[in-house]
Design a protein around this ligand. Structure first.
Ligand code: AMP
Length: 364
C-alpha cells in the first residue's frame, strides 16, 4: 500500500478515549477519521469527521464504513474477530487480524509468547472447576485465576492465596474458560510502547514504570527505575513480538521486572496504550501520531523523550478536580469528555514534566 496522502480517511473501530486521541492526532496530520462504534457515551465521536453508530455485527453498516475509508484500525482489543475479518476483505486493516485474535485470549497469548522464547508467569488452562486443582499443582500458589477472554483492568480475576481459595474461585470469575497464572513477586512493572511501520521499521519509546491500583493503571513514570540492560531486553522482546506478527501500528507490551532484572511479559495490547499517554506531552511524536503514521505507511516519527514525565489517570470522581488541576501550571491536563464519572472509569489524565534526567536508560 502506498503512503496515504493527507485528506485520506482512517476508519477507527471503537469510540473511546483512545479513538478520540487517535482522531485528534490524525487531524493534526491533515487526515480524516471515521469512527465506528455502538450507541453510548463515545468520546471519540466528539472529535472525528464522521461517525457510524452501529453494532459490530451489523454487516451492512460495516460494509458502508469500509467503502468510505482508506485504512482501518481498532482502538480496543475486544472488537469481534468476525467484524475485522469482514472489513479486512475490503480494505487494509492495521494492525492485522492475528494480533487481535491472539491478544483476545490469554491462553493463546501466553502460548504465542512462549513459542517466541519469551518468559511469562507459569500458567495452565482451566476449562472447568475440576481442572483448577491440577492447574494449581502446575503453577503453585499463590496464583491468579483469569478469564481467557474479555478481562481488562483487573476484571474477571480471582486471587488464590491458599488451597482454601480454590473451591469458590471458578464461580467467582463467572465459570468461564480461564487460565491460572502463578503469582509473580515482581519488583516493578514496566511497559514498552513501540511502533512498527508498514516498511518493517521499528521505533520504541523509553519504557515507563507503571503502578496499578485494584488492577487499574494509576501512574506511569518515565524513566523507570531499571537498568539500561533491562530496558534494552524489554525493547528486544517487543521487537520480536512485532516482527512475528508482521505488525503495523503501535503496540503496548506489559512486563513484570523481577528482583534480578529478568523480565516476564504479562500481556500485550495491539493498540495505543494507557501507559503511553505521557508521550503526548514528553515526546516529539506521541504514540497516537506514531500509530497514525504507521498505519498510513508514513515514516515513523522520533520516539525520543525530551522530558521525564509522570502520568496520572483521572479515574471516576478524580476528574471533578478539573478546576484545581487546570490551575496548576506544571500539569498537562487531558479530559476525555465522558458523561458519567462512574467509579473505575477513566475520565482523563494529567502529565507532569520534569527536566530530562542524566541517568536515563534511554538507548533505543
Ligand atoms: P492484567 O489484567 O492481567 O493486566 O492484570 C492487572 C494487574 O494485576 C497487573 O498489571 C499486575 O499488577 C497484577 N497481576 C496480574 N497478573 C499477575 C501475576 N501473575 N502475578 C502478580 N501480579 C499480577
Amino acid at each position: 500500500m502506498a503512503a496515504l496522502a493527507p485528506g485520506s480517511t482512517i476508519g477507527i473501530l471503537g469510540g473511546g478515549q483512545l479513538g478520540r486521541m487517535l482522531a485528534l492526532a490524525a487531524a493534526r496530520l491533515g487526515l480524516k477519521s471515521h469512527i465506528f462504534c455502538p450507541e453510548g457515551d463515545n468520546p471519540g465521536s466528539h472529535v472525528c469527521d464522521c461517525i457510524t453508530l452501529a453494532e459490530y455485527d451489523d454487516a451492512a453498516a460495516l460494509d458502508r464504513f469500509a467503502a468510505g475509508i482508506q485504512v482501518a484500525t481498532y482502538e480496543f482489543e475486544n472488537v469481534p474477530v468476525a467484524c475485522v475479518e469482514r472489513i479486512a476483505k475490503k480494505i487494509a486493516l492495521r494492525p492485522g487480524i492475528d494480533a487481535l485474535r491472539i491478544s483476545q485470549d490469554r491462553l493463546s497469548e501466553k502460548t504465542f509468547l512462549s513459542g517466541l522464547g519469551i518468559a511469562t508467569a507459569p500458567f495452565a488452562p482451566v476449562d472447568d472447576a475440576d481442572a483448577l486443582n491440577q492447574a494449581a499443582a502446575r503453577t503453585g500458589l499463590p496464583a491468579i485465576l483469569k478469564t481467557r477472554r474479555f478481562g481488562y483492568d483487573g476484571r474477571g480475576q480471582a486471587l488464590l492465596r491458599t488451597q482454601a481459595d480454590i473451591a469458590g474461585a471458578w464461580q467467582k470469575i463467572g465459570a468461564l474458560p480461564a487460565v491460572l497464572e502463578g503469582f509473580v513477586a515482581f519488583e516493578c512493572e514496566i511497559s514498552v510502547i513501540a511502533a512498527r511501520g508498514a516498511d518493517g521499521a521499528i521505533a520504541c519509546y523509553d519504557p515507563p514504570e507503571n503502578q496499578h491500583t485494584e488492577g487499574i493503571l494509576s501512574i506511569s513514570r518515565v524513566p523507570a527505575r531499571i537498568s539500561g540492560t533491562t530496558a534494552d531486553a524489554a525493547r528486544e522482546m517487543t521487537r520480536r513480538i512485532l516482527t512475528a506478527l508482521d505488525y503495523a501500528g503501535v503496540i503496548g507490551v506489559e512486563f513484570f521486572v523481577l528482583k534480578d532484572g529478568a523480565l516476564m511479559v504479562n500481556e500485550f495490547a495491539p493498540r495505543v496504550h494507557n501507559s503511553g499517554h505521557w508521550t503526548l506531552d514528553a515526546c516529539a511524536t506521541s504514540q497516537f501520531e506514531q500509530h497514525i503514521r504507521a498505519i498510513c505507511g508514513w515514516p515513523l516519527g522520533d520516539p525520543a523523550r525530551h522530558s521525564d514525565a509522570e502520568m496520572r489517570n483521572l479515574i471516576g470522581a478524580d476528574a471533578g478536580q478539573w478546576s484545581a488541576l487546570a490551575a496548576d501550571p506544571g500539569l498537562c491536563l487531558h479530559l476525555y469528555g465522558k458523561d458519567a464519572p462512574r467509579p473505575g472509569r477513566k475520565m482523563g489524565h494529567v502529565t507532569r514534566l520534569f527536566s530530562r534526567s542524566a541517568n536515563s536508560d534511554a538507548a533505543s
